[in-house]
Write a protein that binds this ligand. Structure first.
Ligand code: SF4
Length: 177
């Protein structure tokens, strides 16, 4: 079997979706036989590679930096997968959309400086007014909902893709599960 090049990206998420991937435990060794991890917070690589076969993306798109990283990943990846409810719908990061970025920043960093005395607001990433799911910016090839999707679900999807099949919609997961 040809090894596929696998990348993962962490945008505005809590890392729970990446933890779910680690939750495959010893079956990570099975994945390692199918995939070469070419970029991921789990392998501490700094730059997105020239070519990935599959990229799993966790988190909503909340900042200009997120947009740039997402577009770079799309440009260099054959198959882009939105992993988890934040990437699929916006989920938790999108809770701020009711008031918008400016009001949220004012509430968190200016109105309550005692909570964040060491972070000047000017050092924060430049936020988009709304936190949005991936498909608002790029073409997404597969959506895997769940908060987070279970390890078994990720394993099923990655095993299927390595075998040349595209996983079907149920994927034994559901929103918020
Ligand atoms: S979908 Fe859930 S687990 Fe995944 S990044 Fe969002 S909040 Fe965290």
């Amino acid at each position: 079997m040809t090894m596929l090049r696998l990348a993962t990206l962490w945008l505005d998420g809590c890392s729970g979706c990446h933890m779910s991937l680690l939750d495959t435990d010893e079956r990570l060794l099975d994945l390692a036989a199918m995939y070469e991890f070419v970029h991921s917070p789990l392998v501490d690589s700094k730059h997105f590679p020239e070519a990935a076969d599959v990229v799993l993306i966790e988190g909503a798109v909340s900042s200009h930096e997120d947009v740039a990283r997402l577009r770079l990943a799309r440009h260099h990846s054959r198959l882009l997968i939105a992993v988890g409810d934040c990437a699929v719908t916006g989920n938790v990061p999108a809770l701020r959309n009711a008031t918008g970025a400016a009001a949220m920043l004012r509430t968190v960093y200016l109105d309550q400086p005692a909570l964040n005395p060491q972070i000047p607001a000017t050092d924060l990433p430049v936020l988009l007014e709304l936190a949005l799911p991936l498909h608002h910016f790029v073409t997404v090839d597969l959506f895997i909902p769940g908060c987070p999707p279970g390890a078994e679900t990720l394993l099923t999807a990655l095993t299927g893709l390595a075998a040349g099949t595209v996983p079907g919609p149920p994927l034994s997961t559901r929103f918020g599960a």
